[in-house]
Design a protein around this ligand. Structure first.
Ligand SMILES: C[S@@+](CC[C@H](N)C(=O)[O-])C[C@H]1O[C@@H](n2cnc3c(N)ncnc32)[C@H](O)[C@@H]1O
Length: 241
């Protein structure tokens, strides 16, 4: 019996209509859909996005990916990734095609990429389907270009060391800050220190009913949802007063 194919499917940031035609087709045709979840028994955001595209929900299989710090608890995470890769490999060995759904794009800060690496090492056929990254949809929703002409774009996660974040902030005209809720108060201070308090926009829950746009630095200092992404534009009139 030939082995199944492992698909990584980017489902976009929130709006189910942003799934690619190819992703919708693979979700329909595959034998198993892996829905990664932080806590077993709770629907993941990615699952809620693809639900309208899956006729037979009984082929969905929940898989646990705990939300713990990569830098502090990498060993624990690696054990879980390997265990999950083993479970997926078993299904593929049974000749089943398995699709793994992931928020936004699979190659941007995604747990999928670690599982993919384990499976590639075992010479399994892996097909990754791009999804719309959260920051691209943020820009599109607000009609703000990410880059123009000769400009550069820096992408950083607020979980990185602050020295690295500062370097990116200083090096680029346009900066995307992901996982901003990890330390949004610190980012507010960094923006103020550079006179950029009016040069950012933060969007939470992009593409969902709860989507919220923030441009007030004082709101940035308060509590914000995990699904929040910031765009900093140094030379662009973001919003007229
Ligand atoms: C683990 S990363 C996943 C990134 C994802 N692969 C992508 O392409 O956007 C999680 C971070 O992505 C961003 N993100 C993902 N979906 C989002 C959404 N619907 N609204 C706002 N930010 C989102 C946030 O910065 C969040 O902290």
């Amino acid at each position: 019996m030939s082995k199944g194919i492992f698909y990584g499917i980017g489902v976009g940031p929130g709006d189910p209509d942003l799934l690619t035609v190819k992703a919708a087709r693979v979700l329909k045709e595959c034998d198993v859909v892996i829905t990664p979840t932080k806590k077993m028994g709770t629907d993941s955001i990615a699952f809620n996005i693809v639900k309208p595209h899956i006729e037979d929900l009984s082929k969905c299989l929940e898989m646990n990916f705990p939300m713990i710090s990569l830098s502090a608890e990498r060993e624990k995470l690696e054990i879980q990734w390997k265990r999950n890769a083993d479970e997926i490999e078993d299904l593929l060995n049974q000749g089943k095609d398995v699709a793994f759904i992931t928020l936004g794009d699979p190659m941007v800060f995604s747990t999928y990429s670690y599982v993919m690496e384990y499976l590639l090492d075992r010479e399994i056929e892996v097909v990754t389907l791009s999804g719309i990254p959260s920051f691209c949809n943020l820009a599109a929703q607000l009609n703000i270009p990410l880059t123009q002409g000769e400009e550069s774009l820096g992408v950083v996660a607020m979980t990185q060391p602050i020295e690295e974040i500062r370097q990116i902030l200083d090096a680029h005209k346009n900066i995307v800050v992901m996982k901003i809720s990890a330390n949004n108060q610190l980012m507010a201070e960094e923006l103020e220190a550079r006179g950029l308090e009016k040069s950012f926009v933060l969007v939470s829950n992009i593409g969902m009913e709860t989507q919220k746009v923030v441009t007030d630095i004082n709101v940035l200092k308060g509590k914000i949802p995990y699904l929040s992404t910031m765009l900093i534009k140094k030379d662009y009139p973001l919003f007229k007063d």
